[in-house]
Design a protein around this ligand. Sequence first.
Ligand SMILES: [Zn+2]
Length: 490
Amino acid sequence: MKKLIARCAGITIVAAGVAVTAIPASAGQKLLNASFETGLDSFAARATESVERTSEVANDGQYSLKISSRSNEWNGPVVALGSAWSAGETYSFSCAVYQKTGDAVAMKLSLQYQDGSGTNYAQIAEGSAASGTWTVLENASYQIPAGATDCYLYVETAESLCDFYVDSVISELPTQYRRGDVNHDEKIDRQDVLDLLAFLEADTDAEVYLDTADMNGDNKLNAIDYSMLRQFFFYPELTRTTTTTTTTTTTTTVATVNNADWPELHPGDKWYNTADISWIPPGKKTVALSFDDGPVSGQNYASRIQNALTKQGFHATFFYWGSRISSNPGEVKEAEARGFEVANHTWSHPDNLDKMDASGVLNEYNRCKDTLNNLLGVKRDYLVRLPYLKYSTTIANTLPVPFPNSGIDSGDWSGASASAIVQKIQQAAQNGSLNGQVVLMHETYDSTATAVEQLCPWLEQNGYVVCTVSEMFKYNNKAMYAGKVYNSCW
Ligand SMILES: [Zn+2]
């Protein structure tokens, strides 16, 4: 049974009816740690019941507190919460309870406080204590009500006057978990990715926490979060701490792309499509935004485009101009690490590629390809966007890769404004013609960056996933062939 644990509003919610489990004591600072090994640890009776230290049973150590001779459900052991606790702040509270009536007993860990108008009572945690075994009542993130004074922590029953035992009463500053720490083990690592995937696939006993697994903060867990979590490994700056007091530790795993067995491709070959589409949920409409003419230096358009995509968990294809790569190799590596598709826009972006002979065409292709391979430390081919979309049979018969073209032309290159670009894409989405299209864009315009920043959330809300050209074809079960021009995957 998979288990989603929400921990956003100061309440521990365990989905699917699974009992609350104790979170192991962490490195958090303990404000209260009563084990009753040497005394009552400042606990007392709320009324006239008996509260005494006993060695009859213990959850830890040799002793616990025994509560007997109760005449009301609210009778039980109580301890004052002193100045270490502040109203409006959040803490973890837990205690172990034991009873031996022969039946389960509903038990509560409660708070008594004053708020200016009188005495108030609040429930911190509750649970059904089975007979003859220790049960942990716990709330890992309880916010003491704002304005509360004279706070007391106590243990009571819901509707029984039975004797019971209490041990291991602990309160601490809550452990601060970082976004991406899906399983709250205080590490962000491969296991978090596996746990989130297992949860999404609904076939394991993965436990995931909504507050740290919800990568894009939309209060839902889906493949977008999974995609973003994977990118998180490459981009520790995406770390969002759940509170401002957290110390950020950087966890970086470097992507290693092993294309040692990349086949030798020839003109006419089927595109060797290694795209990973596991992050795209089923039943989505897909669109391949593609960006030409980078990398750029001295402009922030490319990084804005990359960030807008990543923020939404999206991918795109970037066709790089080989002779420009040395001006900003970091941008290309960034694209690769974010899971974007790095692609080839020829070495020098000639305006007459369609007039060149085979050796000229091949030279333009190979110089850009070799530069990309050297930069990224891989061995593979790259999709080609033909400069000015100029095509010839010589090109088709020479290059071993397909040519994604322009199903929808953003018009950014001819001066389209951001709003005009947005409107064009939105209209295509609304009239049903956007799905499966290759969209021609350029990373060299402010208008394009602004449009992409607006379009990414809009497309997500409207059921689209923005992905790379290769991902879009694979997702839609379409092949591409070298030498052919593709405006869409249909
Ligand atoms: Zn171009």
